[in-house]
Design a protein around this ligand. Structure first.
Ligand code: FES
Ligand code: FES
Length: 172
């Protein structure tokens, strides 16, 4: 039987990076595919497809979620954040720090790393993370280029920058 034949689409409303979308999707459609194929948000990468590499990480209602393991219907009525949502006008401090320490090599894992780091610093509010805090937050992010030490360095630099901004009362 051809894929999807006879399976009814269902209405779904979700907010992605603050923008409301009303869509009709198959009940089995992954959030990853909705973001990439329907909404053109290609920072969310299709890596392992089974929750093990972190390339597809997004934040859903404040939780770090592999979008390959969430159905779009499960995101109904919820707030989804991707890299585009945290750096629409300029690079976020995390992105600047990653560039500063030369962490991006092929770049495939980087959006997922940025999202995991953002979750740690800005969602959980840990602006003074230890090396272990960073490693734990990024524990599901696989980097085939082996930039792990640079990720830790970058996240700590970004945390310092955000702490300084907070002390000055400035907004990122
Ligand atoms: S593609 Fe989702 S965790 Fe690897
Ligand atoms: S920079 Fe290449 S996979 Fe991480």
């Amino acid at each position: 039987m051809p894929e999807g034949l006879g399976v009814r689409e269902v209405p779904v409303e979700l907010r992605v990076n603050g923008v409301k979308h009303v869509l009709r999707v198959k009940p089995y459609e992954r959030l990853l595919d909705t973001l990439r194929r329907r909404l053109g948000i290609t920072s969310v990468k299709d890596g392992c497809g089974r929750g093990e590499c972190g390339a597809c990480l997004v934040i859903v209602d404040g939780e770090l979620v592999p979008s390959c393991l969430m159905l779009t219907v499960q995101a109904r009525g919820r707030d989804v954040v991707t890299v585009e949502g945290i750096s629409s006008r300029s690079l976020h401090s995390i992105q600047e720090a990653l560039i500063k320490v030369n962490a991006p090599q092929c770049g495939f894992c980087i959006p997922g790393v940025v999202i995991a780091a953002y979750w740690l610093l800005e969602v959980k509010g840990n602006l003074n993370p230890s090396d272990d805090d960073v490693r734990e937050a990024l524990s599901t992010n696989l980097c085939r280029c082996g930039s792990y030490h640079r990720f830790v360095k970058a996240v700590k630099i970004a945390a310092e920058e955000l702490r300084a901004r907070k002390a000055l009362g400035a907004r990122d």
